[in-house]
Design a protein around this ligand. Structure first.
Ligand SMILES: [Zn+2]
Length: 303
């Protein structure tokens, strides 16, 4: 997606099939998080033993399962850590997006500064790093919802509170199954809170269970064994009942179905009987403005 001229390196892009681009790059490829739209071409990095992928510990666990990238190929940097390369320094900040997500601040030894946000949601991890983030020469900014003031949704904490209240209201859990829509990776704050509030693990695919078990600690909240009464699956399944058996369709129709997505503010036609909440792992309109005001970059490129 981005080539930094300070680091002479790619961020969230692995252009191994384009030889001209590849030649410009150093051996380091920086990965902000493990959503599939940021992993394009990553498997081809295996063909070059000199290539090193810089990412967080959690992201290295995810790409091990999703892309067969061995941990030895990753150089780990975690939030609030810096890596000193000969000509530049890279600082990592928690991007507050999905598990393991980072934004990077790249500084040259000659005083130039670039920021690559990856996908992010404004939060205290960035407010605390005001001095580090301020005055960049170049800012690459996650702009998922564009400059559309309709996407001025509440905080995730507020949304979580509303969703848990709905789940615990009379006649719902445990009387009815709960289905929550999510990508393979993401929406963890909501899912962890639901798991803790109901004191059950969340039924998920075997792959999802393995990924989060590997990450471990507070994120080991999924099981593939079933029978917990709380399920997570894609929006296609939860909203539209796509790709599932007739028996499961009946179960889903009777269940409480929840779709947490910022896009719900703009969906023209909402799936019947699904509860939509504008819960997002990206910045709201106000939060993007807050970040732009905080960074005061000379040039902004919208991702
Ligand atoms: Zn993402």
């Amino acid at each position: 997606m981005v080539f930094s001229h300070i680091a002479e390196s790619y961020f969230d892009e692995f252009p191994f099939r384009r030889k001209d681009s590849r030649r410009k790059s150093s051996q380091y490829f920086f990965l902000s998080h493990a959503h599939s739209d940021h992993l394009s071409g990553i498997k081809y990095s295996l063909s070059d033993p000199d290539v090193i992928i810089v990412c967080s510990d959690e992201t290295s666990s995810v790409i091990r399962f999703l892309c067969n990238i061995p941990k030895e190929k990753c150089l780990i940097v975690n939030p609030n850590q810096s890596l000193d390369f000969d000509d530049f320094i890279v600082h990592a900040i928690d991007a507050n997006h999905c598990v393991g997500s980072l934004m990077y601040v790249i500084e040259s030894k000659t005083g130039l500064k670039e920021i690559y946000t990856g996908d992010f949601r404004m939060g205290d991890s960035m407010r605390k790093e005001r001095d580090l983030l301020q005055g960049a020469d170049q800012l690459w900014l996650d702009n998922t919802y564009g400059a559309d003031s309709r996407f001025d949704f509440p905080s995730r904490e507020e949304m979580i509170s509303q969703i848990v209240t709905l789940i615990l209201s009379s006649g719902n859990f445990p009387e009815r199954d709960i289905w929550i829509a999510s990508y393979q990776i993401g929406k963890e704050l909501l899912l962890r809170t639901v798991s803790q509030a109901l004191k059950v693990k969340i039924t998920a695919s075997e792959l999802k269970e393995r990924i989060y078990k590997e990450i471990g600690g507070e994120w080991d909240i999924f099981t593939s064994e079933g029978g917990t009464g709380v399920y997570v699956d894609s929006r296609r399944v939860v909203e539209n009942l796509h790709g599932i058996s007739e028996d499961n369709k009946i179960k889903l129709i009777e269940a409480l179905r929840i779709s947490p997505t910022g896009w719900s503010l703009k969906l023209r036609k909402k799936a019947f009987n699904v509860h939509f909440f504008p819960y997002s792992d990206h910045c709201s309109y106000s939060e993007i403005q807050e970040f732009i005001n905080l960074a005061r970059a000379k040039r902004i490129n919208y991702l």
